[in-house]
Design a binder for this molecule. Structure first.
Ligand SMILES: O=P(O)(O)OC[C@H]1O[C@](O)(COP(=O)(O)O)[C@@H](O)[C@@H]1O
Ligand SMILES: [Mn+2]
Length: 623
């Protein structure tokens, strides 16, 4: 700090600038969760500022632009490349110059409006460097000054005449997208089920400045695989095959599945219970068969290694998941709680009844080949460290507590206690401990069975793990048994208790947050519960998950701006083309969670506290 300034005037200037930032309105935070590899859906939310862009356009242009023209402008801001293309076909050539002028002028207004919460250097970062000077003039200078009007007009006209208007418009739209949201909280499950989680990571790392992850159980599978957990890897491969996403492993992470595919297609035949869940129509029968057989091979290897882990970790209390040793000799029945159940479409040919959890030699060869590739994949390492470095098990931010799943409790709301290595962990320190184990595991990748990898796997599907939050993952029952009751997975009592304000207060206290704060989580499907609970202290934002079935809404996103918190009900997302065609906005409906007539400023935020500490230090230097 001392070296940063050469004289008192510089320190004073810094204090003046920092104090000015404190009085700016608090930036808008967006909370989304359960993105599940659906990049287009994710981008639709991000580009729309989770509904904030359309709201700004409405505030700015109501009474000046018709609703249709507002919609057109909003859609242009979300998808400038495609909409420009479309507009060129729609707009009469004689009107084109007018269209460009109107559009550029409107965008300048929007950029100016969304910039008013930020200090200049942040706005500069959002603007395309190629147009820095022009945008700065157009956006920040006094447009109304009579003698400057001609100058501005000339600038805009030149952009059009020199055929620069398209790229200028695109760059302005991107700036609006970025400035509409100050920070994005991604409350877990970026990975699995969808095909493009890598593109989401790429987008955040290349185009966004301010975001955080609260890891989800699915993210753990990927981070854990990179750390050498074979169990995480087998679950990951099984799910990738189930959703026809095996190609992602090769294309994005250079992981070659040849050994697995050969093994699986030699040992297994396609079965109806392993039919992959495929949305695209262009999948060949051969590809389907590969997905089907790989899913079976990975499932059986998973069950075997899980059995071994459960046996060496009695503290996991997961003996009810030991089902391979409950198979009848002919493997057509399984005994659960004293009852025999018929196995439908079993594929237990590699299970030795005498040693059901023993992996065969050829299974072992495949597993070793794959886990070595997972731990050594440069791209996977890069992406998983990106998630680790920008993420956490939970986050305390501006008086809110964010996490993906739950804080495990019993029916009365007492925190469940785990005795690990002679020490007791529960509540906040349990989550802290798991975070430590995960990061330690990533720092020291080990493909052998070890403490770290067992606990990392436990986070994925362990009984009442904070990220999973259920009593069991019924993978065996869901693949092989008809009885729906057996397939059910029970949520930790946390989710029922979330409706009570006393429980919210207890959680906030545990994490040392004042009782005016909120808890925001994701993970669970929203169809069963109203998303705002506990006297508005707990908000569930399962925004994007496809698990929201039978629903005519597309989930929720939460916005927290200077006036309070709003929960946005999202429109179901079909695809990008359809959004552009229909000019449909991302938001269907809004609910106020909290509104204050007194506007929050940066001074009221965590960042504001940091600035105040900085000012205090600088003032001390002056003295
Ligand atoms: O929909 P699928 O692929 O059958 O997955 C179901 C499994 O996913 C889980 O819901 C976990 O995933 P989520 O974290 O997305 O809920 C398990 O509880 C369940 O067994
Ligand atoms: Mn989840």
């Amino acid at each position: 700090m001392e070296n940063e300034f050469t004289n008192f005037d510089e320190i004073k200037t810094k204090i003046v600038n920092l104090s000015a930032v404190l009085s700016l309105p608090k930036g808008t935070e967006a909370f989304i969760s359960d993105v599940h590899g659906n990049n287009d859906k994710y981008l639709n939310i991000i580009r729309s500022g989770a509904g904030n862009v359309s709201r700004k356009v409405e505030e700015l242009f109501n009474g000046r632009l018709t609703l249709v023209n507002q919609k057109k402008l909003v859609c242009l801001i979300y998808y400038p490349e495609e909409v420009l293309q479309k507009s060129k076909q729609d707009v009469d050539p004689d009107e084109a110059e007018q269209w460009y002028m109107d559009t550029i002028n409107r965008l300048i207004e929007v950029v100016r409006y969304v910039s008013n919460k930020y200090p200049r250097h942040i706005v500069d970062q959002a603007l395309d460097s190629r147009f820095h000077d022009i945008t700065k003039e157009l956006v920040f200078e006094d447009f109304a000054a009579a003698d400057k009007i001609a100058y501005y007009r000339e600038m805009i006209k030149n952009l059009i005449d020199l055929n620069m208007s398209d790229i200028f418009i695109i760059s302005m739209c991107h700036a609006v997208q970025k400035l509409a949201i100050e920070r994005i909280h991604i409350i877990g499950d970026v990975y699995d089920r969808g095909s493009d989680p890598n593109l989401i990571i790429k987008h955040l790392s290349e185009s966004w400045q301010n975001f955080d992850f609260e890891w989800g159980n699915h993210d753990i599978l990927w981070m854990g695989s990179m750390a050498g957990s074979k169990l995480c890897m087998l679950n990951l491969i099984r799910i990738s095959a189930r959703y026809h996403n095996l190609a992602l492993l090769k294309n994005a992470y250079d992981i070659d599945l040849t050994s697995m595919i050969k093994f699986a297609t030699n040992r297994y035949v396609p079965l109806p219970n392993f039919e992959p869940k495929i949305t695209s129509a262009n999948v060949t029968d051969q590809e389907r068969n590969i997905d089907n057989c790989v899913q079976q091979a990975a499932t059986i290897m998973q069950f075997k290694l899980e059995g071994q882990a459960i046996k060496r970790r009695p503290e996991f209390d997961m003996d009810d998941r030991l089902l391979l040793d409950k198979l009848s000799l002919d493997k057509k029945k399984v005994t659960i709680n004293g009852h025999d159940y018929q196995i439908e479409n079993g594929c237990f040919q590699s299970v030795n009844p005498a040693k059901p959890y023993q992996i065969t030699h050829s299974e072992q060869t495949v597993i070793i080949d794959l886990i070595n590739q997972f731990t050594h994949s440069t791209k996977l390492n890069e992406h998983m460290w990106f998630m680790a470095d920008n993420g956490s098990m939970y986050l305390k931010h501006n008086d809110n507590l964010l996490f993906h799943g739950c804080v495990p409790v019993d029916n009365d709301g007492n925190f469940l206690k785990w005795k690990i290595d002679g020490r007791e962990y529960y509540g906040k320190n349990l989550l802290d401990y798991f975070e430590y184990i995960l990061k330690d595991g990533m720092h020291h990748p080990t493909t052998g069975d070890c403490f770290n990898s067992d606990f990392i796997w436990f986070l994925w599907e362990g009984k009442n793990s904070p990220l999973f939050g259920k009593n069991k993952m019924a993978t065996f029952e869901r693949y092989f048994l008809k009885d729906e009751k057996l397939q059910q997975e029970e949520f930790n009592p946390f989710y029922k208790l979330c409706h009570n304000e006393w429980f919210a207060d207890k959680l906030l206290k545990e994490f040392d947050i004042n009782s005016r704060g909120h808890i925001v989580n994701g993970h669970t499907s929203i169809s069963k519960d109203a998303p705002i609970m506990a006297n508005k202290k707990i908000v569930l934002v399962n925004g994007l998950s496809d698990s929201i079935k039978d629903s005519d809404i597309g989930g929720y996103a939460l916005l927290f701006d200077s006036y309070g918190m709003r929960l946005e009900t999202l429109r179901p997302f079909i695809n990008r083309q359809k959004v552009i065609e229909d000019m449909s906005d991302v938001v269907l409906d809004k609910q106020i969670v909290e509104h204050s007539s007194e506007r929050k400023t940066v001074a009221d935020t965590d960042y504001g506290q940091k600035i105040k500490r900085q000012i205090a230090k600088l003032s001390a230097q002056l003295e």
